[in-house]
Design a protein around this ligand. Structure first.
Ligand code: NAD
Ligand code: GLY
Length: 371
């Protein structure tokens, strides 16, 4: 597998007819006015960020956008998954209306997946749709959440249950922003990168095993390659199934267990990527129990997830009936049909399938994977 060692900016295209757009990957992109030169003209741009990211990057983005938009506004949301909710979403609409923003106003999501998902949802619904741009600043957001147009807020009863499919005009992955990312957040992003291997690309899994230490050390060439390959795989899947009628569900490998952990523990206790990392281990065990992969594959994946600094044992969500609590939470999932949970399973290395599993087998897996 070739690595772009020169670190020239790379571009991955999302092909969706009139909703197609580029993902730009490189250094120095965020502060470069030419990054934004092909965006639709407007009198106003609104940067939506949060109280952690705005002090780091909003001034640079604002200066770059000033060349294109006469008025550039900034809104800082409270930080954290616990604020990915309806009241916080409302703050975006408040800012848009208070500033008389019209339907040409362009929204810029500057931050991680929480800011990106909420800004995208606001863009989808303000005046029935205004343009928006993703400027992801976490590894997780650069390899997954900023790409593909899923937008949402959480509901106390279920993760990402209220939202819309709505594509951005542009995704700007500036590698320089990752320099300020805390190590725990870097590991969380690695979970979503690792996921692409078992579901679609075993050579990429081989590459990740060989380069996981370089990624943990934030080596730019390794990060650039991992981000580009992840975006290529996601672009390929989304290009075939934008609205998750089938294939796209494979991108949720590890998420059924992971979302149960996130909501069961209380949003923000486990990071999304931590839930996904541990959830992939549980989903791999379930695949093995159903005869789809062997134990050697499960152990291999578990080792990589552990090396990435992610938890591989699930938390106890209920002292009396832990498996029952997981099952209850997992039924509130967008893949569920008529109350039946459908799991993304590995159907041989590099291939995923989505199907139900007997409760008794799922219970065995939960009991053996939680501590
Ligand atoms: P996040 O948005 O909460 O960001 C993690 C933390 O890092 C936050 O505290 C944030 O303020 C901080 N941060 C962001 N960029 C930083 C930087 N450059 N330097 C220092 N700190 C920085 O979490 P996340 O992991 O980016 O995203 C998780 C969310 O994404 C979840 O809500 C999940 O459901 C969603 N998601 C959506 C999709 C999708 O397809 N839409 C896919 C995967 C995940
Ligand atoms: N993160 C899963 C998806 O975009 O479909």
């Amino acid at each position: 597998m070739q690595v772009n060692s020169s670190l020239m900016p790379a571009q991955v295209q999302i092909e969706l007819a009139d909703r197609s757009y580029p993902i730009l990957i490189g250094s120095g992109l965020l502060a470069d006015a030419s990054t934004y030169q092909h965006l639709p003209p407007a009198s106003t741009a609104l940067i939506v960020s949060n109280t952690t990211v705005a002090p780091l990057y909003a001034a640079q983005l604002r200066a770059a956008l000033g060349a294109r938009y006469p008025k550039v506004l900034l809104l800082d949301l409270p930080d954290g998954e616990a604020h990915k909710d309806w009241p916080t979403l409302q703050l975006i609409f408040d800012a848009l209306l208070a500033n008389s923003c019209d339907r040409k106003t362009v929204l810029f999501a500057l931050g991680g997946g929480v800011v990106g998902d909420m800004t995208g949802f606001a863009a989808a619904s303000y005046m029935r749709g205004v343009p928006f741009v993703q400027v992801p600043t976490t590894l997780l957001a650069q390899v997954d959440s900023s790409v593909g147009g899923k937008t949402a807020v959480n509901h106390p009863l279920g993760k990402n249950m209220i939202g819309a499919f709505y594509q951005p005009q542009l995704v700007v992955c500036d590698l320089d922003t990752l320099k300020t990312l805390p190590p725990r957040e870097l590991s969380a992003g690695l979970a979503e990168i690792i996921k692409y291997g078992p579901i679609a690309d075993m050579p990429f899994l081989d590459w990740l095993e060989a380069n996981i230490d370089a990624l943990l050390a934030s080596e730019p060439a390794a990060l650039a390659h991992a981000i580009q390959r992840s975006c290529e795989i996601k672009a390929h899947v989304v290009g075939q199934d934008e609205r998750e009628q089938g294939l796209r569900a494979i991108l949720n490998f590890g998420h059924t267990f992971g979302h149960a952990i996130e909501s069961g523990m209380g949003y923000g206790q486990w990071l999304h990527g931590e839930g996904v990392g541990c959830g992939m281990v549980m989903a791999a065990h379930l695949s093995q129990r159903l005869g789809l992969v062997d134990m050697a594959f499960v152990n291999r994946l578990t080792r990589l997830i552990q090396r990435a600094g992610l938890p591989v044992k699930g938390p106890i969500l209920d002292a009396v009936d832990n498996a029952g609590r997981y099952l209850e939470l997992m039924r509130v999932d967008k893949k569920s049909e008529a109350g039946e949970i459908r799991f993304v399973l590995i159907d041989g290395p590099g291939r995923a399938t989505v199907r139900p599993a007997p409760d008794a087998v799922v219970r065995e897996v939960i009991n053996s994977c939680c501590q």
